[in-house]
Unconditional design. Structure first.
Length: 150
């Protein structure tokens, strides 16, 4: 059975495609999901792709991933900049975590420059839109293969 990469999306990302398209592009969350499925499959992984507007639900999914996933990709949306609870959940995971943002958060308002998620992440990809999710899958798959090879 293929190993799973869990991809978690935070608040307002359900509105992709119509939400501030000049910043987030025209791809919908379903488009992103399909893109991730394709990329992961090509690299021999299955994907669990989820979105929630609720911090506690995201925390529960991280706890679930801790037991079941080979790796985790997180776009925590605005919770990136606020959530110690999500950081604590991520710090409890021993699997590799990649933080993703569609936009380049460092070109935006100063409050977006601080990320609580980064402290738990192996790496961060931001500013490449949906491509960033594919790059994150590739980075995770490569890290996992390297870890396996010792
Ligand atoms: C985001 C950046 C966050 O600052 C913002 O709150 C989001 C989306 C991104 O993907 O660019 O909701 O995580």
């Amino acid at each position: 059975m293929a190993q799973t990469i869990q991809i978690l999306n935070g608040p307002n990302l359900n509105l992709l495609g119509t939400r501030e398209p000049e910043i987030y592009g025209s791809e919908t969350l379903d488009d992103l999901h399909a893109r991730c499925e394709r990329k992961a499959k090509a690299l021999g992984y299955e994907v669990v792709f989820r979105q929630s507007n609720h911090e506690g639900e995201l925390v529960s999914w991280v706890q679930e991933a801790r037991e079941r996933a080979a790796g985790l990709i997180v776009n925590a949306g605005a919770f990136t900049h606020t959530s110690v609870a999500l950081l604590d959940a991520l710090l409890s995971c021993s699997v590799p975590i990649v933080e993703v943002h569609l936009s380049n958060i460092f070109r935006r308002e100063p409050f977006r420059h601080r990320s609580y998620v980064s402290k738990a992440a192996k790496g961060v990809i931001c500013g490449f839109g949906g491509l960033g999710y594919e790059l994150a899958i590739e980075a995770l798959a490569t890290s996992l293969a390297e870890a396996k090879a010792g």
